[in-house]
Write a protein that binds this ligand. Sequence first.
Ligand code: SF4
Length: 192
Amino acid sequence: MADQWETLERECGQCRGCSLWETRKHLVFDAGSRTAEVMLVGEGPGASEDEQGIPFVGRAGQFLDDMLEIIGLDRTRVYISNIVKCRPPGNRDPLTVEQDACIGFLRRQTALLRPKIIVCLGRIAAMQIIKPDFKITREHGVWFERGGVRMMAMYHPSALLRDPSRRPETFDDLKSLEREIRSVCKRTYPSE
Ligand code: SF4
């Protein structure tokens, strides 16, 4: 299995499937545990992520760590990736054509990981993974099931930094996530 992960990451590093590889500094493939039961998916790398080659670093990453801590988790207990693996210039949203070019890597990551729960961080991930017409303001925190995998979306940590008024709703979503993990995952809270 480790070989398969390495092969996939190497292939991704050599990808020229859209133009984003031309301006990135580093591929941002994943973080966390490749045996986790819970997968978190954002939209794409920002400047700090591009510098370090790691998803969710910088302020938004710190905020994501704080969110995980609220439900007793950290990066060693979840798997983290993005819809696109190379930084869109100027922190713009990834274009549909870029998302479509890259989504095959996320599908292969998901096939290797076989998560029990997928958490979409923000509208773009939810539209790609849950349904194309996903409305984050109305449907965050709502549980869906696709192919036996439980999934939901929360506001992206960057959105929560920009608009703190959304944090109480996100706290409720996190508590819902904790309940779902305790219900369907066996290894994520191992001490209990
Ligand atoms: S964003 Fe994805 S599809 Fe585009 S070059 Fe990078 S790895 Fe390839």
